[in-house]
Design a protein around this ligand. Structure first.
Ligand SMILES: Nc1ncnc2c1ncn2[C@@H]1O[C@H](COP(=O)(O)OP(=O)(O)OP(=O)(O)O)[C@@H](O)[C@H]1O
Length: 273
């Protein structure tokens, strides 16, 4: 990990962000400052824009407006440097291609290999370099999936796939981990395993930002919470943000949001093409 990055107090800063799909606004006027070396939970109802926020933070979606920096540098810089690891929701992945668990996790090392001298990049043996193999093995061990290393990725259960996706994010050895629902669809022992792994990663100085619907897990482990539903609905300590009254406000915003979407769908000015 680049330790100079960890000197900043904010890992991610978002200013005046607007994002939309086919002119339909999904995120509006988002201002955020996510603390470095801390564990942040992004909490919001279905369709609140949480995954969209991650798409913008990884640079895979261009916002309509606004600025997003990580450790004081544009997201594009981090995209090239591989300093932000992203774990997508399991449902968003195509599983039918014939690669093994080991190869899936090794793909997280491409960014490191790209930093090598050009002639090294041409060597097929780079896949077998000790530092890459060690990072993959450690990540698979962390999520208790080393025994499945040779299995085709498509031949795993849903919870096992999730652990492999987390291993891939860990193997990148990035400064920031963006995890979209890492706890969804896993059994209680796996959930505990994942929470323990993330706790260790946070203790090692990494910044973790995770989308979650698991309130007990968030209350117990995270340092910082962002409530979101198209707008930021609150940001602060877990005790305050995950209180019954705050969560009730968020639920009400969800009902209002649904009513808004119905009215926008009928509006010729914002209708999608
Ligand atoms: N590719 C897309 N094209 C058009 N609309 C989209 C697209 N992806 C998401 N949306 C819409 O954008 C809104 C926000 O979606 P997003 O996936 O960011 O929500 P989310 O908070 O991650 O939800 P969930 O908790 O269900 O995963 C939703 O209304 C969704 O229907």
């Amino acid at each position: 990990m680049d330790t100079s990055l960890a000197m900043h107090t904010a890992a991610i800063e978002v200013k005046g962000l607007y994002a939309a799909y086919q002119r339909q606004p999904v995120l509006e006027d988002i201002h955020l400052s996510l603390p470095a070396g801390r564990w942040t939970a992004i909490v919001g109802p279905n369709g609140a824009g949480k995954s969209t926020l991650f798409h913008v933070l990884t640079g895979s979606m261009k916002p309509l407006r606004g600025q997003v920096d990580a450790f004081g540098k544009a997201i594009e810089h981090h995209r090239k440097a591989g300093s932000i690891a992203y774990m997508a929701q399991r449902e968003a992945i195509e599983w039918d291609f014939p690669i093994s668990v080991w190869e899936t996790v090794m793909s997280a090392r491409y960014g490191h290999m790209r930093q090598d001298a050009w002639w090294r990049r041409l060597l097929p043996a780079r896949w077998h370099e000790q530092r890459h193999c060690h990072a993959v093995e450690k990540a698979l061990d962390d999520v208790n999936m080393m025994a499945f290393a040779d299995r085709p990725i498509g031949a795993l259960s849903g919870g096992q796939k999730k652990r492999v996706l987390l291993a891939r994010a860990l193997a990148q050895e990035a400064s920031i981990l963006l995890l979209d629902e890492p706890l969804a669809g896993v059994d209680p022992p796996s959930e505990q395993l994942i929470l323990d792994v993330l706790k260790r990663e946070r203790e090692a100085g990494r910044t973790i930002v995770m989308v979650t619907h698991d309130m007990p897990g968030a209350r117990r482990y995270v340092d910082h919470v962002v409530l979101i539903n198209r707008f930021i609905r609150g940001e602060g300590a877990p005790d305050e943000m995950l209180s019954d009254s705050k969560l009730a406000e968020l639920a009400v915003s969800s009902i209002e949001q649904s009513a808004y979407e119905v009215s926008v769908a009928g509006s010729p000015a914002l209708a999608t093409k």
